[in-house]
Each structure stands twice: as structure tokens, then as C-alpha cells.
Design a protein around this ligand. Sequence first.
Ligand SMILES: Nc1ncnc2c1ncn2[C@@H]1O[C@H](COP(=O)(O)OP(=O)(O)OP(=O)(O)O)[C@@H](O)[C@H]1O
Length: 237
Amino acid sequence: MELPLSAPDSGDWTVSYKLETKNLSYKLGTKFDEFSWLFRNKNRNSRAKFILKDVNCEARPAEITAIAGPSGAGKTTLLEVLAGKISRGRVSGEVLVNNQPIDPKSFQRLSGYVPQDDTLFPSLTVEETLMYSALFRLHGGRKEAVARVRALMKELGLDHVAKTRIGGKSSNRGISGGEKRRVSIGVELVHDPAVILIDEPTSGLDSAAALHVVKMLKFMAVYQGTFSGRSSSLPQG
Ligand SMILES: Nc1ncnc2c1ncn2[C@@H]1O[C@H](COP(=O)(O)OP(=O)(O)OP(=O)(O)O)[C@@H](O)[C@H]1O
């Protein structure tokens, strides 16, 4: 079923989006399960593993919703299901947007998903990285992309590293881990998504940088209506 979209490439601020799951389960099968039809004795015990079992959750507009839990609890998997990154084959239960079954393609157009690990090109500068995303996702040409990237770099506090390369890990060092995290978020914010799903938005950041990112997300949620589904691990021990 199609979502009630009136703006195909960006979130429509006149529509609020409520995201929820009902009895969502994700079961990983084994090779045995895949080929069980070959075996005569079909009652042999399956070793299928539930990564998510009967998850009910709700994320309302203009709010930040956090998914918290210990490492390995399934937070990333839940975000991946919500973002439509996991095929529905092994997923049961419902994922609803405004009480309608989700259509992954439509939902991807109005949302952004920032994975746990930054996947950026080390040889591009911060500005080039955001421009690449802007030219790809916005359809107003170079002028619109330049204006959006300028605004975004200001919003994310990345002006001072605009011309710096992202860089790699060791000898090829570029911007800091916190700056990389903000660039990754920026790449997904370029088209002003109505919903943003972020895995570990503050991982690897010092407390000042983490506060900056959380304040920025809160500002977006409260004043722009974007809500963020974010996962974060609870401290262990
Ligand atoms: N495709 C897969 N194959 C095998 N195991 C998987 C797969 N996907 C997830 N898992 C397992 O499911 C569990 C939940 O993983 P997930 O990454 O969702 O947890 P998490 O709560 O995000 O953990 P962390 O906080 O450490 O990032 C883990 O034990 C993981 O190994």
C-alpha cells in the first residue's frame, strides 16, 4: 500500500508520520531450514534463531524516540527492518506508517537512515561528500545543492572542515570521528527527510560533541517535525 505522500523526494511538513511495529519478529533460519523439504523426517528440530520477537513500539512525530538495550539486543536489526533494509521474507508482524502497512520504497523517499558505521569516501572533502548526496537526491540543480550544503554545514557545525578530506584511519587521517558522524548524518539530512533513523548517533563522540548532535536532533524534531528513531547501547555492567 502506498503512503499518503504528496512530496515524493522529501518529507512533507504538512503530514505527520507515526511509525509503529506490532508483534514484529525476525527469525534467522539455518541451512537445514532452507533445505528441510529434502528430508523425510520434517519434524527434526529447527535451530532457527529469533533476533527480534514480538516487538511492539511506536515513534510519534516531533519527538526523538530512543531504542535502548544491551549490546546484541537487536537494536540495529530493528532499525534495519524499519528502514526497509531487511527483506520481509523472514520478518513477521506489522510495520505501520500512519496506521498503514509500510511500503519500503515510499518510506525510503521520505526518510533517512544513518548506519552505525560511517561509510564515507576517504578521498572526498566534507563539502564534496555533502554535494555528492545533494546532487543525487535533490532535483533543483547545482544552485539548490550548493545552497543546501552551505546551510547544512552551518547547522552541523562543519564549516571549519568544509575543505578537509574525510580521511582514513591511520596515516591518511582527515576529520575527527565526531565530525565524520556529523557528515554521515548530514548525507541523510540533505533532502530534509520527515523521519530519520540513526544507529548510535553519538558513538565515538566526546561528551561535548555528543551533546551537540543530540541538541541538533532535538531541534529538528521539535521545530522541523522530523523525528529520529535512534538506537543506543546501554552502558554495560
Ligand atoms: N544476519 C545475521 N546473521 C547472524 N546473526 C545475526 C544477523 N543479524 C543479526 N544477528 C545477531 O542478532 C543479534 C542482534 O544484533 P544487532 O546488531 O541488531 O544488536 P544491537 O543491539 O544493535 O547490538 P550493538 O549495540 O552491539 O550494536 C546479535 O547477536 C547478532 O549477532
